[in-house]
Design a binder for this molecule. Structure first.
Ligand code: NAD
Ligand code: 0WE
Length: 272
């Protein structure tokens, strides 16, 4: 029990497929106590299910689009755990669907860009502000989820790539800002996983198929593998790690052109 007696606030559960669900599962498995949050009544049912399964202490509303909602949420967290928390998990990303379909230059709008950056990037800073005092009391840490699209171009990821680049920069600035209080701030860059956030994305199936032909492990990653890496970064074993982006992507980000893709282009010529 790596995290016996430790306390975490987990955002971003929307279904059993959510990366946040697997993170909560891993934290619970290691003996941690949890508070889970939901953005609106529609999602609350799913979070209640998770709360029951992971014996969560509380379920609290937290819509990161609203400063009032974030403030009210952390007032409740402080009411329950007044002497501090060990971590906050941010597993939230959103852009209007029309932003994630087709040519980047044509698809991206001012409003779409504002929403994507507000919900997917600024919200991490907002949670850091709200959680700072409680985190400082127990050398706590913050964790967010990002994606390769922040660094290199993928079809349709579009303005989310800009928002993730901004999110990753916020990891470094928050780490520097709060390091003096003993607060660590990190991100996991996960490979593509079929979740609600992936549903409705054009040719996501094809993305998964191509990813496993590039990745050194020749497969995609699971929610549980991300959950276990999250567990590490949130644990005392990672006490020396902050401002870091940890790839949990079967090695995908390390390869430009794989042998498997070469074989797909010219199977006759290259086959030995
Ligand atoms: P998901 O749909 O299960 O989770 C996204 C979550 O964002 C949902 O729980 C949703 O309720 C929440 N959310 C949206 N707007 C919100 C708001 N205003 N306030 C509070 N919560 C809000 O999908 P997921 O894939 O588990 O996504 C979790 C994180 O992982 C996201 O940041 C995503 O970008 C990132 N990620 C996903 C993948 C992937 O392929 N699935 C890969 C790398 C990174
Ligand atoms: O960050 C994400 C999900 C981003 C996302 C997805 C949606 C779908 C539903 C943000 N906003 C919305 N808005 C909706 O209305 N991922 C890393 C998963 C993902 O999304 C892609 C991907 C991958 C991988 C979009 C295009 C290409 C690849």
């Amino acid at each position: 029990m790596l995290l016996q007696g430790q306390r975490f606030v987990v955002t971003g559960i929307a279904s059993k497929l959510s990366i946040a669900w697997a993170i909560a599962e891993a934290l619970h498995r290691e003996g941690a106590s949890l508070i889970l949050t939901y953005p609106n009544e529609k999602i609350k049912k799913r979070v209640d299910m998770a709360a029951e399964q992971f014996e969560a202490d509380m379920v609290i509303e937290c819509d990161v689009a609203s400063d009032d909602s974030i403030a009210a949420c952390f007032e409740q967290v402080a009411g329950h755990w007044g002497d501090g928390i060990d971590g906050v998990v941010h597993a939230i990303g959103f852009a209007p669907m029309d932003q994630l379909d087709g040519d980047f230059t044509n698809a991206t709008t001012r409003e779409g860009s504002q929403i994507a950056h507000d919900i997917s990037s600024y919200s991490f800073v907002a949670l850091a502000k709200a959680g700072r005092e409680l985190l400082a009391k127990r050398n706590g840490s913050m964790l967010t989820l990002t994606y390769e699209g922040s660094i290199s171009v993928l079809p349709n990821y579009n303005v989310m790539g800009m928002a993730k680049a901004s999110l990753e920069a916020s990891v470094r600035y928050l780490a520097a800002s709060m390091g003096g209080e003993g607060i660590r701030v990190n991100a996991i860059s996960a490979g593509p996983i079929r979740t609600l956030a992936a549903s409705g994305i054009k040719s996501f199936r094809k993305m998964l198929d191509i990813s496993e032909k590039i990745a050194p492990l020749q497969r995609n990653v699971s929610q549980m593998e991300v959950g276990n890496a999250a567990l590490f970064l949130l644990s005392p074993w990672a006490s020396g790690i902050t401002g870091e982006i940890l790839f949990v992507d079967a090695g995908f980000n390390t390869v430009a052109i794989s042998e498997q893709l070469m074989m797909m282009e010219e199977p006759q010529q290259d086959a030995e």
